[in-house]
Structure formats: C-alpha cells, structure tokens
Design a protein around this ligand. Structure first.
Ligand SMILES: Nc1ncnc2c1ncn2[C@@H]1O[C@H](COP(=O)(O)OP(=O)(O)OP(=O)(O)O)[C@@H](O)[C@H]1O
Length: 269
C-alpha cells in the first residue's frame, strides 16, 4: 500500500466542555481513493471533515500528513458583491495559481445560474455551493474534502459532481465526502465509513434500506429522533428519510404527537 495522504489516530473532539462529538476516530486516507462517510444529522460528519481540512483542531489524538487541501464546507459563504469569477480569481491568486483559464469553463460545466458574472450575493444556496465546489476543485489539491456536496445541488449538476470526484481520483488525488444517503455514497466511494455515537466504523456493504415518510404538522425535532437519517422541510410538510427498521417507531411517534401521515414509501435514496 502507498503512503497514506492523511491519517487520523484516536481523534476525539468536544466543543467547549461538552461531551465528545467524536471519540477514538481512526481513519486512513490512501492516495487515489474516494472515501465516503455516512451519518445521520448531527452525528459529527462536518466536525470530522473540519479536522481533516485543518480548520478545526482535534481535542484528542493526532492528525498525520499535510496534503494540499481543497475544502467545500457544509455552508459555503455567499453574500459578497464580487462576481463568481472575480471571487475565484482572487482565491486562485492567493493560492498561487497562475492559470486562471479554467474558471469560466468550470462554472459553465456546473451550470452556474447567471454565469461567471453573477454576484455571489444573488446566488441561491445551490448555486453558491457550485462556487464553493469550484474553489475547492480548481487548485487541484492532493485531498478534496466535500461536506454533503450532493445536498442542495440541482439534480442536473449531480452527474457533473460525480465526474469531478472521479476525475480527481483519476489524476492520483483523493476525495473524502459525506452524505446521509447510502446509495449516493455507494455509487461514488471506494471505501465507506459510518459515524454513529461519535465512532467511525468501516462499512462493507451499504445496503440498509430506507423509508420515505411525509408528515404534516409541527412541534417535533425529527433530526433528534432515532433512525431518522434526514429531515427536510418542504412547504407545509416534513420529508423524513428513515432507516426502514425504524419506520414503524417513527410513524407511531408521529401519530401520537398529532402529526398527519401523508406518504410512506420505500426510498431509493
Ligand atoms: N461550533 C460548534 N459548537 C458547539 N457544538 C457544535 C459545533 N459544531 C457542531 N457542534 C455539535 O456537534 C455535533 C456534531 O455536529 P456536526 O455538524 O459535526 O454533525 P453533522 O453530522 O455534520 O450534522 P449535519 O448533517 O446536520 O450537518 C452536533 O451535536 C452539533 O450540535
């Protein structure tokens, strides 16, 4: 096996004086490998990626290796008056990139609404995320770290993102990304891990089925409910993606909490 690009050994993380969000995490990222990390809301995926990216410090354990890094955070900051092109040129210069000719074609490939001249502050969350993805990819880093990159991106761009991940590996670099949907991770990753209870474990086959439940009502933090992988507000409804084995318990909880069940279906996440 080639030398790992980066290695976490016994990494733990707590915020303030709180409980450990990550506990005893060991992770080796080899060269030319796409690592996918699964986990429910609040399980610590973003925390783990921030430590890999070097923007957050581990409370315990060590991080070995210093690859060059491109990082798409979970919330990419928008709001600036700069155009997407000016912003990316600015970042590229800071990072010492001489060739700025790739910026426009990449934004075109990502179908940025408004094109390279669009001001960042006018962009939707999904389009701001495209600029975030571009700034991570453009320096051709040794390690590309992407926090839930598929979420929020329009479906038309999903395939482009898959191509960018594959191209990154093809040029010998590695990618670590998170997602809460096993199918997305299975499709794009060479190695799959799951975070649960602060622990990271390798997953051999990511085949756990999920159930989609659509509810109408108010007053429950569904992300805190066991078995709920994801909860998204869609107008008057909340759309839950739930481990199939937890679907009955979640439905019972919903009905007893006064929610109305609008749809229950197996999902291909
Ligand atoms: N800066 C912070 N200060 C205090 N607590 C934090 C901070 N960042 C994250 N946490 C807490 O750490 C836990 C893990 O959060 P994290 O964002 O890493 O999870 P996640 O799996 O990425 O969740 P999501 O999918 O919802 O983004 C959560 O309980 C969260 O509230």
């Amino acid at each position: 096996m080639t030398t790992p690009l980066i290695r976490l050994v016994g990494v733990g993380k707590r915020y303030g004086g709180g409980e450990l969000v990550l506990d005893g995490v060991d992770l080796t990222v080899p060269a030319e490998c796409v690592v996918g990390i699964l986990g429910a809301n609040g399980s610590g995926k973003s925390t783990l990626l921030r430590i890999l990216a070097g923007v957050s410090r581990a409370s315990l354990g060590t991080v070995e290796g210093t690859p060059s890094i491109g990082y798409l955070p979970d919330r990419f900051p928008g709001g600036q008056r700069l155009s997407a092109r000016s912003y990316l040129r600015h970042l590229a210069r800071i990072r010492g990139l001489a060739d700025l000719s790739m910026i426009d074609p990449l934004l075109e490939r990502l179908a940025l609404v408004g094109g390279p001249d669009a001001q960042l502050r006018t962009l939707s969350k999904g389009n701001a995320q495209k600029v975030g993805l571009a700034q991570a990819v453009l320096p051709r880093p040794d390690l590309l770290i992407l926090d839930e990159p598929w979420s929020g991106l329009d479906v038309g761009t999903h395939a482009v993102l898959g191509e960018l991940v594959a191209e990154t590996r093809a040029r010998g670099a590695s990618v670590v990304f998170t997602d809460h949907r096993p199918a997305v991770v299975r499709e794009n990753a060479d190695a799959v891990y799951r975070i649960e209870g602060g622990r990271l474990t390798a997953v051999d086959g990511v085949t756990e089925p999920a159930t989609r439940i659509v509810l109408a009502g108010t007053g429950t933090d569904w992300t805190a409910e066991p078995g709920v992988r994801h909860a998204i507000a869609e107008g008057p409804h909340v759309v839950l993606t739930v481990d199939a084995t937890s679907a009955d318990a979640v439905l019972l909880r919903a009905l007893s909490g006064g929610w109305s069940v609008r749809e229950v279906a197996p999902c291909s996440p």
